[in-house]
Ligand binder design. Structure first.
Ligand code: BTN
Length: 263
């Protein structure tokens, strides 16, 4: 697990003040957690060329070959645990805006943590990035948060995942400058994160909702204990999805969404 560089992104104020880059790690999330426990500061970035045990949401594996951007950020916001989904929105927006600026692609979000783009040949949107927000708290305010961003940039998507996932290279037809995209993602993250610190989630939520692939659609949500069907109406200030079902309005805080009506 060789560390290849430690640098800083001069344009960033908080995010990327310290950057640790590795060729190979088990998971940047695990590395970040160890660093957080040692007291590394808000905004520390851990990035790897490959992960041998990349982690997805809900205990899933995250395939992380060379060519993608696999990174985690240590965050120490002064928030309550129930506000952690706001950080997921910040991560999603940072990635989406960076991709849109660099490629001019249309980017959308599938609640709660997927960033989507559309294959050039048309068809439905597919996942280009997943966001994993892990939080540690001792009962009171959040101690720290590790947000993981997995962006399919120039990597090959395994055949078994191609129905739902895609890389930027698949759409553009050539390799993208990964460092340039990384720099943009960190810059955008920095901007949204400091806005959040100063003004709260208002503007972030508005932008996030404006790019949602889910709002207004008929959805099927696989929750840990049940399946919820209905129309996605809104996302509240805590990042919960509000769904109109036959039994009234439901507030959903976690689940896997399938969009029944077309995006
Ligand atoms: C998901 O969509 O399930 C979330 C995927 C998050 C993957 C990233 S890659 C960098 C960081 N390290 C990990 O092990 N996982 C996250």
């Amino acid at each position: 697990m060789e560390r290849v560089a430690r640098s800083s992104f001069r344009t960033s104020r908080i995010i990327g003040r310290k950057v640790f880059s590795y060729l190979r790690v088990t998971s940047t999330q695990d590395k970040a957690r160890k660093f957080a426990q040692k007291g590394l500061p808000d905004g520390t970035v851990i990035i790897a060329e490959t992960q041998t045990q990349g982690k997805g949401r809900l205990g899933r594996r995250w395939v992380s070959p060379r060519g993608g951007i696999w990174l985690s950020i240590i965050l120490r916001p002064e928030i309550a645990p129930m506000e952690a989904p706001k950080i997921t929105m910040i991560g999603s927006l940072a990635v989406a805006k960076a991709i849109a600026e660099l490629t001019r692609m249309e980017v959308k979000f599938k609640w709660p943590n997927d960033v989507l783009i559309r294959p050039i040949a048309g068809g439905g949107f597919k996942k280009v990035c997943g966001v994993l927000t892990e939080m540690v708290s001792g009962g009171g305010p959040v101690n720290y948060i590790i947000i993981g961003l997995g962006i399919n940039v120039n990597n090959r998507i395994p055949a078994t995942l191609r129905a739902k996932s895609i890389s930027l290279k698949d759409v553009i037809g050539r390799n993208l400058p990964k460092q340039k995209l990384l720099r943009k993602v960190l810059e955008k993250f920095d901007k949204y994160y400091s806005d959040f610190g100063k003004q709260g989630v208002g503007r972030i939520l508005k932008e996030y909702k404006g790019m949602s692939a889910v709002l207004g659609k008929e959805v099927n949500i696989e929750c840990p204990d049940k399946i919820i069907e209905g129309k996605a109406l809104d996302i509240d200030e805590y990042g919960a999805l509000i769904v109109q079902t036959d039994d009234g309005r439901k507030r959903v805080i976690a689940g896997d969404v399938t969009i029944v009506s077309k995006i």
